[in-house]
Write a protein that binds this ligand. Structure first.
Ligand code: AKG
Length: 299
């Protein structure tokens, strides 16, 4: 599927599944560094990795936030193909407003979720379909994710286009809640789910207004490693999740900056070459802050 077809699908369905979108030769070196972040499947299930306890009992405890302990995985979050896709879908220059890597292990906890939209912690407003005001999230599979490894399931916006902003969680049959964002779902919505199962490098791009959910890992001794990336048009200030400066004193950030391209850094907020920010004074300061960054593009 080319980027035009992908955009058409994303606009009509609210998501597009791109199997094997990231080339295997770019994925492999990054995946080799996964052990810097997470236990292997054997390390978790044999109990030999001392980091395993973190993942037990809370599905969200398996999330690491950008910049990652593996710089190669940080660089994958702004891979050229990912940026081209984000720009095509949003038809804009883009800002990376969130990036997470997530490890899940069979039996560690309950990964089965109710259908929901993500907008409640991706914008301070509500999702919009106005050009220039959309956001896009991406699930990126770092290895093959068949059905038994709990791929996300998504529902076409054709089924949900008239749904109000609140409630937001559509509870599975039998589940009850008095929380104002929850409501029982029409079971036909669960029947309409599309599975995102796919090979390594698959990218699932979806709108924060698209209903979707995480599913259970059932493969014996299974592990699932994925990333979740979030983009908005540059300047769309009401869509956000984190501020990168909070972790910009870390070794991981400094290492990432030294190895990233100007375009990748621009996606995280560096002003482009030629911007008034770049003066002899700021260039000299930036050289001190990032001694291994080649500053020639900004000079
Ligand atoms: O990781 C997944 O497969 C989906 C998780 C999800 O939808 C969520 O936590 O909001």
């Amino acid at each position: 599927m080319d980027l035009k077809d992908a955009t058409r699908t994303w606009l009509t369905e609210g998501f597009v599944i791109l199997p094997g979108f990231l080339p295997a030769e770019d994925l492999a070196p990054a995946v080799q560094e996964l052990d810097l972040m997470f236990p292997t499947a054997d390390g978790f299930h044999d109990g030999t990795d001392p980091r395993r306890e973190r993942f037990v009992g809370d599905e969200f405890a398996g999330i690491d936030t950008f910049p990652f302990a593996s710089t190669r995985i940080s660089l994958l979050a702004v891979h050229q193909r990912v940026l081209e896709l984000a720009e095509a879908l949003l038809d804009a220059d883009v800002h990376l407003y969130g990036a997470e890597a997530w490890a899940k292990y069979t039996g560690a906890c309950d990964y089965d979720q109710d259908l929901h939209r993500d907008y409640l912690n991706h914008t301070i407003l509500v999702p919009s379909t106005t050009p220039g005001c959309r956001q896009v999230e991406m699930f990126v599979f770092l290895h093959d994710v068949p059905e038994e490894l709990g791929p996300p399931h998504l529902v076409s916006r054709r089924h949900t286009v008239d749904f109000p902003a609140v409630p937001n969680w559509l509870l599975r049959p039998g589940r009850e809640s008095t929380f104002r964002f929850d409501t029982p779902a029409d079971p036909s919505l669960y029947a309409a789910e599309v599975s995102g199962a796919g090979p390594a490098g698959t990218v699932i791009a979806f709108d924060p207004g698209t209903f979707h959910r995480g599913t259970q890992l059932t493969a014996p001794r299974g592990a699932r490693y994925s990333m979740q990336l979030c983009f908005r048009p540059t300047g769309m200030e009401w869509g956000h999740r984190v501020g990168w400066a909070v972790k910009s004193f870390t070794t991981e950030w400094t290492e990432f900056v030294s190895r990233a391209t100007p375009r990748q850094l621009q996606t995280l907020g560096f002003p482009p070459p030629g911007h008034p920010y770049w003066t002899p004074e700021t260039l000299a300061g930036t050289a001190l802050r990032y001694p291994d960054l080649d500053l020639r593009p900004w000079q």
